[in-house]
Design a protein around this ligand. Structure first.
Ligand code: ZN
Length: 148
């Protein structure tokens, strides 16, 4: 099995058996909904932060295998990170998606399987949609904290 096949298998595993799937009615979560009209992907992401740490991430959506698997990978990658560390991980993931060098000490685990996506510009939005939704959620959480 070559590396591309291995990456594809990881993506299909997350697509078929997503982690942290299903949103819940709980107003202690910040909820963000985003869509990607170019592919028809839609995703809702919920984030719960306690004492500056991300304690829960939920997601639910419909879309292509890249988008749905990436939501699962995002939830596993960012859960239990501090808000500051999560911001660093997001930045490294966007570098990887664009095909730029990324820091493997910061971005670890299954997220690296998306590095091939840089070759397919139309898929970049699919791979980043859930991560953008997460990013908006933590920005709103930080705003709420500033506003007390
Ligand atoms: Zn898509």
């Amino acid at each position: 099995m070559n590396i591309e096949q291995l990456y594809r298998q990881v993506i299909m595993d997350h697509y078929k058996h997503p982690k942290n799937k299903g949103i819940i009615a709980d107003n202690t979560y910040m909820t963000v909904h985003l869509n990607n009209p170019s592919c028809g992907d839609e995703i809702t992401v919920q984030v719960k932060v306690e004492e500056q740490k991300i304690t829960e991430i939920r997601h639910q959506g419909t879309g292509c295998s890249i988008c749905c698997s990436s939501a699962s990978v995002m939830s596993v990658t960012l859960k239990d990170q501090s808000l500051d560390d999560a911001t660093d991980v997001l930045r490294e993931f966007y570098e990887l998606i664009k095909g730029y060098p990324f820091n493997p000490d910061i971005l670890k685990g299954d997220a690296i399987v998306y590095q091939g996506v840089a070759q397919f510009p139309a898929r970049v939005k699919c791979a980043t949609l859930a991560w953008k939704a997460f990013e908006q959620a933590i920005l709103k959480i930080k705003e709420d904290q500033l506003n007390g």
